[in-house]
Design a protein around this ligand. Structure first.
Ligand code: PNS
Length: 165
């Protein structure tokens, strides 16, 4: 997607990824097709109670994105736009599943634009099979022993099983 003076476009796909789901992977695949370089950026900000450590989340992401050559997985701390700037990224990629996501995403996108007007947030829709999927629900189902197949990659399913046992 080299545009504007034909510079390659780097996009950042940020999130908690606790853990990565097939919905995230769907979006990563779409992002990898659209942008020259996609950095999947795992936040290390201690805002949420996470099930997996940042190191575990990165290991899983690296394993499941191994086949894509234009994808990197990194950790970031502090402001997302500072990280994006440091990486020379012009795009922040976020997924919107349903209307309920929109308000939060709008606030973040507008605030990020306020801080750094040069970086655009691009929203993509995941495949409809993943429109109800979230890491939070995956963790809850895994804890209660009722996680259906096909919502997370097999490696993540195995890690979840070990983690909650
Ligand atoms: O997967 P998530 O939890 O919805 O991701 C949220 C994330 C990590 C993208 C967001 O909390 C974030 O960007 N955190 C970094 C701190 C920051 O820049 N905050 C200001 C956002 S306007």
């Amino acid at each position: 997607m080299a545009t504007e003076k034909n510079r390659p476009v780097t996009a950042i796909y940020p999130g908690s990824f606790d853990p990565v789901t097939n919905g995230h992977l769907d979006l990563i695949g779409r992002g990898a097709m659209m942008f020259d370089r996609l950095i999947v950026a795992v936040t290390s900000n201690p805002e949420k109670d996470s099930l997996f450590t940042v190191k575990e989340r990165i290991e899983m992401l690296e394993a499941v994105t191994f086949d894509w050559k234009n994808i990197e997985v990194e950790v970031f701390q502090g402001l997302l736009v500072d990280f994006a700037r440091a990486k020379g990224a012009r795009v922040i990629l976020r997924g919107i599943r349903a209307v309920s996501d929109y308000e939060y995403e709008l606030q973040m996108a507008m605030m990020n634009r306020k801080i750094e007007p040069q970086i655009e947030t691009v929203f993509m829709l995941p495949g409809e099979a993943y429109s109800y999927l979230s890491s939070r629900l995956v963790k809850e189902l895994a804890r209660l022993g009722g996680l259906p197949k096909g919502l997370v990659p097999p490696l993540v399913e195995e890690r979840l099983r070990i983690k909650v046992s």
